[in-house]
Design a protein. Structure first.
Length: 319
């Protein structure tokens, strides 16, 4: 199959491309390199079945493909809040352009949506039927509401134009290739522990998240794309941790001497988040296989090798 991955030079997209290329597909990666990097897909650049196109999805493009994994959108609050209007354009205009492409060439279209559509949830764990509690005018809205309208667009193109859609609601995902300056909690804590600087916890650290290792997530995305259910389907690891527990785990694994520093909680920061994955289990026969300890260890190894040259690194035994 010829498969388009938008945002393919990013964290999740590049892991997805590794799997698709290994499975023998022809892959087109579309990216404007806002948070993505060529080095994430370096090993495929000269492969005859691989094509990289530098393109901003807010502009239309004509391509012939069978499937579209639509991942293009900055995912870290730091990056999506840097230029919020652009984030909205990427989610609205960009998703419309990609759905228009899917409609024209009759490609199956998978939207990488997010647990953020649930906002600061009153229902716990979050089931797909829950409609969410999202602030439409806050600093996270460009992303949360952007993804909600992206879902709306996907379902309207499906109902109105018969586009074959799949919608994944992805929960916090981590792993190798996250940017050092990504700003999300796992990468921040790991980099801080490796550099022997205080681990930053926003608020009192009692807020929770559920962390999914990237290879598990990619498996879920591919099962959804190639299965019969359009979704939405939650994809995430239901093991829930407070941010303080996560920091302690990173501290123990990387640098027991590292200090912890408490900083103000950002506006609208969700208090808790955990996926109900009953749909993913029954529809896709999918559930995560990699626990936090194992996933953190692989993530720390990757960050450690990337910033090895740095004199300040203080790595102790890795597990
Ligand atoms: P990422 O920032 O590493 O990747 C996003 C990619 O999209 C980057 O390569 C970036 O350059 C590209 N991009 C951004 N705007 C673009 C535009 N206008 N045109 C073309 N390319 C553009 O993020 P990620 O963690 O890999 O997330 C991938 C997708 O999964 C995103 O849609 C995100 O919303 C979704 N998601 C991720 C998580 C997570 O925890 N990582 C959770 C929920 C949803
Ligand atoms: N967070 C933190 N320290 C950091 C970065 C983030 O305590 O250095 C917190 C953040 O306030 C949030 C949680 O960790 O409560 C997850 O943040 P992240 O940005 O990774 O993802 P999201 O909030 O989008 O789930």
């Amino acid at each position: 199959m010829r498969i388009l991955v938008t945002g393919g030079a990013g964290f999740i997209g590049s892991h997805l491309i590794d799997r698709l290329m290994t499975d023998g597909h022809e892959v087109i990666c579309l990216d404007n390199f806002y948070t993505g990097h060529k080095h994430n897909i370096l090993k495929w650049l000269n492969h005859p079945y691989f094509e990289l196109i530098r393109h901003d999805i807010t502009e239309p493009i004509r391509l012939e493909v069978n499937q579209i994994y639509h991942l293009a959108c900055p995912a870290s609050p730091v990056h999506y809040q840097y230029n919020p209007v652009k984030t909205v354009k990427t989610n609205v205009l960009g998703t419309m352009n990609m759905l228009g492409l899917a409609k024209r060439v009759k490609a199956r279209f998978l939207l990488a949506s997010t647990s953020e559509v649930y906002g600061d949830p009153e229902v716990h764990p979050q089931v797909e039927e829950y409609r969410g509690s999202v602030n439409p005018i806050g600093i996270r809205s460009c992303y949360d509401e952007g993804k909600r309208i992206a879902e709306t667009l996907a379902f309207d193109y499906h109902r109105q134009n018969d586009v074959d859609i799949r919608v994944a609601r992805i929960f916090n995902t981590y792993g190798p290739r996250m940017l050092e300056n990504d700003g999300r909690v796992v990468s921040n804590l790991v980099v801080q522990a490796l550099r022997d600087i205080p681990l930053t916890i926003y608020g009192d650290g009692s807020q929770t998240r559920s962390f999914c290792y990237v290879s598990d997530l990619v498996e879920g995305l591919m099962r959804l794309m190639n299965g019969d259910h359009i979704g939405p389907v939650n994809l995430g690891n239901p093991d829930e941790y407070t941010i303080l527990e996560l920091a302690t785990a990173v501290q123990k694994l990387v640098n027991p001497q590292a200090d912890i520093k408490f900083e103000p909680l950002p506006q609208d920061d969700p208090r808790r988040r955990r996926p109900d994955i009953t749909r993913a289990k029954t529809w896709l026969n999918w559930e995560p296989t990699i626990g936090l300890q194992q996933g953190l260890k692989m993530t720390v190894e990757d960050f450690s090798s990337r910033i090895k040259g740095d004199q300040r690194i203080a790595v102790t035994e890795l597990g």
